[in-house]
Design a protein around this ligand. Structure first.
Ligand code: ATP
Ligand code: MN
Length: 462
């Protein structure tokens, strides 16, 4: 018999008909006359209740049905008398695919902490919580493609292995096939990378932006959506060593256009999740964060505040608040500063612009003042920075001068500079950390809980 997914079973038209469902047992309870099984197949947060009339089944048959076991049930879908469910299945036929020994199956009924589940990341997708998070994550990924495709942006795949270590966004993981215990050396004792796989040092990318600019200055507007890697030893609830980034890059956009796009984009994604993952988000709100839906609606219904870094620093200095890291013009803002502006001062998402050039990357457009660049960071409640972007320096001479000031090796940069040598245009772009968006939309507080298999310092299990 053809299987119906549980997400499709709560359909009044199916009442009275014969159905087949397959899934994993969440719970079983009952007495010697009747047994109730809650079954979930991952297609929805909802379980379907299966009713076993013990006149038709033996104890022996039901014995393997413990939490975590996988089964196939055929029966009649009927209206349910039970509270909180519209229908249930009166079982006629049962097949057990796989048992799950209650002594050793780690996910027993309820109450596991998120920390415990991180140790069981291979099985945690089978919990209600991670089912919900992973469905929201999937829907957000779809929304991202939908948003850009509908706007006529092209999806560009930038390389994961790169030979330029000048992206300046973070420490890199080296990629090599050289034997680490017996490295070939040049005459002066340095590692002889000429013998390495690519004939030079390579690493995993920290950002696809530089190649993204090549795409944008050809196709007009592109976006990337792929994994990025940062070997920064920052053990925080907002940093992963391997995370997914979305990086749109647009020719003929100035920083104001860039900000408008960023705001429209994140609002679109949040709206999409609310419209398509309501059950999952409600579940997460109920169990983890009562204020979640309000916060999401709040972001949707408010314009993001736009102000300069200089104005932001002034507000922080005048706040009278004691920060762990003291504030003064020129510092790189910490999460506590960003969150103060968003959560306490403005009580709205904030886009900060025009940062000091010394704390931002070389490719950002230099302002007339000689001190700041046309950077923009989008700051969110609970998260801090969710997006970082800028208008890019389109002027060849200014860009070259900055590259020289920062001692960035030219041998790495010639191809990038060619965008400014040939047909240069004003252009802009930004990077959104996908997991930071998923964090925000699910209301989770630790980034390790919004990616199936987190990679962080000292953790590459599963
Ligand atoms: P932060 O200051 O939070 O470390 P960043 O300034 O290093 O971020 P960018 O280099 O601008 O970040 O990267 C663009 C976006 O990628 C950030 O706005 C953030 O959403 C995300 N991001 C950056 N680093 C990480 C990380 N280690 N794990 C997850 N997401 C990240
Ligand atoms: Mn960082």
């Amino acid at each position: 018999m053809k299987r119906t997914k549980i997400v499709d079973i709560f359909n009044p038209e199916l009442i009275g008909s014969e159905v087949c469902v397959k899934g994993w047992v969440r719970t079983r309870r009952g007495n010697k006359y009747v047994q109730f099984v809650a079954l979930n197949d991952g297609s929805t947060i909802k379980n379907i209740q299966i009713v076993f009339d013990m006149n038709n089944f033996t104890d022996e048959q039901l014995k393997p049905i413990t939490t975590g076991a996988s089964i196939c049930v055929e029966g009649i879908l009927v209206e349910s008398m039970g509270k909180g469910q519209t229908c249930e299945i009166q079982a006629k036929k049962l097949e057990v695919y796989g048992t799950a020994d209650p002594e050793t199956y780690p996910l027993q009924k309820k109450g596991h902490t998120l920390e415990f589940l991180r140790e069981k990341a291979h099985l945690r997708p089978r919990t209600n919580t991670f089912g919900a998070i992973l469905r929201v994550r999937s829907a957000l990924a779809y929304a991202i493609h939908k948003f850009f495709q509908e706007k006529g942006f092209f999806y560009l795949n930038t390389p994961l292995i790169t030979a330029s270590d000048c992206e300046g966004a973070g420490a890199m993981f080296q990629v090599t096939t050289l034997p680490l215990s017996d490295l070939p050396k040049t005459e002066d004792g340095a590692v002889d990378y000429a013998q390495d796989f690519f004939g030079k040092p390579t690493a995993l990318t920290v950002s696809g932006q530089l190649e993204g600019e090549l795409g944008a200055t050809a196709l007009g507007a592109i976006y990337t959506f792929g994994p990025t890697f940062r070997a920064e030893n920052s053990n925080t609830p907002r940093h992963l060593s391997e995370f997914w980034m979305i990086e749109p890059e647009m020719a003929f956009y100035d920083i104001a256009d860039n900000m408008d796009l960023a705001e429209e984009f994140v609002k679109y994604c949040i709206r999409y999740a609310l419209d398509h993952c309501r059950d999952d988000i409600e579940f997460l709100a109920e169990h983890f964060d009562k204020d979640l839906i309000n916060r999401l609606e709040f972001v949707l219904h408010n314009d993001f505040v736009r102000l300069t870094y200089t104005e932001g620093v002034k507000i922080l200095e005048e706040s009278g608040k004691k920060f762990e890291f003291p504030v003064s013009w020129g510092i790189d803002l910490q999460s506590e500063h960003e969150r103060y502006l968003v959560e306490e001062h403005f009580k709205k998402p904030v886009i900060l612009t025009d940062y000091p050039k010394d704390i931002k990357a070389f490719y950002m457009k230099q302002n007339e003042d000689g001190k700041t660049v046309r950077a923009m960071d989008v700051l969110f409640p609970n998260i801090g920075e969710i997006i970082g972007g800028s208008e890019r320096e389109a002027d060849y001479d200014k860009l070259l001068k900055r590259i020289e000031e920062l001692n960035i090796p030219m041998k790495d940069m010639w191809w990038y500079l060619d965008t400014r040598r040939f047909g240069t245009v004003p252009h802009s772009g930004f990077g959104l950390g996908f997991e930071r968006l998923v964090l925000f939309v699910t209301g989770m507080t630790n980034i390790r809980d919004v990616i199936p298999f987190p990679r962080t310092p000292n953790n590459a299990e599963f």
